[in-house]
Design a protein around this ligand. Sequence first.
Ligand code: ZN
Length: 281
Amino acid sequence: MAVDLKDLKTIHYEVENPGENGIAIVTLDRPEARNAQNKRMTYELEAAFTDAARRSDVKVIVFRAEGPHFCSGHDMRDTESHKEFSLVFPYGGFGREGQEGHMAWEEEVYFNMCWRWRNLPKPVIAAAQGKTIAGGLMLLWIADVIIASEDAMFSDPVVGMGVNGVEYFAHPWEVGPRKAKEMLFTGEWLTAHEAMQWGMVNKVVPNDKLRDAALDMARTIAKRPSFALKLAKESVNQTLEAQGQWNALRTAFVHQHLAHSHNRVKYGMPVDPGPSNRKKD
Ligand code: ZN
């Protein structure tokens, strides 16, 4: 079933000042679940981003979150069936046994959805507060500009769960190879100022100024010509692609599925259950 933009349950979607300088504001709105990404949120984001991309009365997109945290990652308690949603990408094999079904699903909701949003034809300005963990980083990294509040912290701890990192493996592009390795090997937090120092975050602002800082930048950008903005964004993105970004992301995604397969064979589940739950070899 297609998502109805008038009946959103996991996000807010509004357009400020629709017209020549319009700004779409897409807000994660599951603060009770630390904005964990479930299937419904994924398809609601897809519907909102696509609408904002297509509308000629929107020039810039602000991407933010309600509550104390931007996003805690994938929702492990999601019980809705994928059959509730209209799939976006042309993969078969959902629900098939083995790694085939699992990989098809992660192609749809993680890898290709993030790549699609990363290529939206309008500037996306994200505002991140509190914790952004694992899958939450993938959502944040689709933005062109990231503004963080003083309390923002970022971590991808999933090497501890027996995989190489999140499905949209942009760490080396976001913080450089050394810091990426430190993040992945240790699972430790990057503070807002560290994230800025390493190039992942554009600026850090006081917590109570975060929303305004993102909107202020969006309003400044929205006064500029839409086609030039689109071409500037594409020029930067194409520079990354010329450096091999898509191939690198794709290879890391396939490695992730090698790790999931390994864990299924060894532990009967897609992730390593951790030292205290591991069966002795
Ligand atoms: Zn995965």
